[in-house]
Design a protein around this ligand. Structure first.
Ligand SMILES: [Zn+2]
Length: 357
């Protein structure tokens, strides 16, 4: 099912400030007894971009899409974690203060049927049943509790009583989630990592593990090696940006910078010189690069997505373009500088949005 929309004007500065205050209260006063609320907030924030409703609109999200996001977030987390460099087998981290959350149990059941990647899980005959079961838990638990602040309901994202097979973000909420995306992602991740770390039952597993955040959200280095091996021949061993030859100095670059959208999606990767990558840093790339990237995805997108799906990356074809359209629209609205090449930046131009049609 697609996301349905209904238009009203975009929230003004006062409403945006009020939204940020509510969000701040949610993190300070919300009672986090499991990691579900973080997952729900992250799911809503990402779907607000992927569904791309017009500014100010209400946005109706099918619960199964939200459940799909939960499956995606918890899939790698349903593997045993071990901070022990000596190779201790480890165990699955507890995402709750008492017994393990149901989402992890459902995913573990799929794993026990011989499923080892998310793309295999999506093809499995039990997948739809698993999604429906996850949707039921999400509807009963975090949907009802997310907006309880200091014990009182403060309804500013969606009306929990109205959630059935769909969850409707109130008018303007999708706009706010898009506008404050990077900020929300950082808050959620920090909260989630802190929850896992401070859950006493995880203490023995977590130890001093410095790679906990990478385990929960990041891409293992081995997987980035796979990205390199796939992209190098597709780019004819040339840097995506300056088109000069790559030798051993290739770096995997997030075309839409990680600082703006801290999620690895398959089509967001390009291969570049380490020096080009460092120079671009957290800037958006200029119009010529953007056009080349869109062309590459139109031409090679299915190959890249297909290959990297097996490595565990999200690879719905439209998602990368929607994320990019959102990031550039925000860039135009904020009047940022874009990166053209090493040491060359310029003010972003609104004309650039034409490439998104
Ligand atoms: Zn280069």
């Amino acid at each position: 099912m697609d996301c349905l929309i209904a238009g009203v004007p975009e929230p003004d500065a006062g409403q945006q400030l009020a939204f940020l205050r509510q969000l701040q209260r949610l993190f300070q006063e919300g009672d986090f007894t499991s990691t579900y609320k973080y997952a729900l907030l992250l799911a809503l924030a990402e779907l607000a971009i992927e569904c791309d409703a017009p500014a100010g609109a209400a946005l109706m999200l099918p619960m199964e899409r939200i459940a799909g996001k939960f499956a995606e977030f918890y899939w790698l987390q349903s593997l045993p974690y071990s901070s022990d460099a000596a190779g201790n087998r480890g165990d699955v981290l507890l995402q709750n203060t008492d017994r393990q959350v149901a989402v992890i149990r459902h995913l573990t059941t799929l794993r026990s049927l011989g499923v080892s990647t998310l793309s295999q899980a999506r093809q499995h005959p039990n997948w739809q049943r698993t999604l429906r079961a996850i949707a039921t838990h999400v509807r009963k638990m975090p949907v009802q509790r997310l907006q309880n602040l200091s014990g009182n309901p403060v309804i500013f994202l969606f009306d929990p009583a109205a959630v059935g097979n769909t969850l409707t973000l109130l008018p303007g909420v999708a706009f706010q989630l898009r506008r404050f995306q990077g900020f929300i992602q950082q808050l959620v991740r920090a909260g989630w990592v802190n929850y896992i770390r401070s859950n006493r039952q995880n203490a023995a597993l977590v130890g001093q593990g410095a790679d906990l955040e990478a385990f929960l959200f990041g891409s293992p280095r081995a997987v980035l090696t796979q990205v390199k091996q796939l992209l190098a021949p597709l780019q004819s061993q040339r840097c995506f940006f300056c088109q000069q030859g790559l030798h051993d100095n290739a770096a995997v670059d997030h075309f839409i910078p990680w600082s703006r959208y801290p999620r690895d999606t398959a089509l967001n990767f390009v291969l570049a010189h380490a020096a080009c990558n460092t120079s671009k840093s957290d800037l958006l790339a200029g119009g010529a690069h953007l056009e080349r990237w869109l062309e590459r995805n139109a031409r090679e997108g299915a190959t890249i997505a297909g290959q990297l799906q097996h490595a565990g990356f999200v690879s719905e074809p439209d998602v990368a373009t929607r994320v990019a359209a959102w990031a550039y629209r925000e860039g135009v609205s904020a009047g940022v500088r874009v990166w053209h090449g090493r040491g060359q930046t310029a003010l972003i131009s609104a004309d650039l949005m034409r490439v998104f049609g």
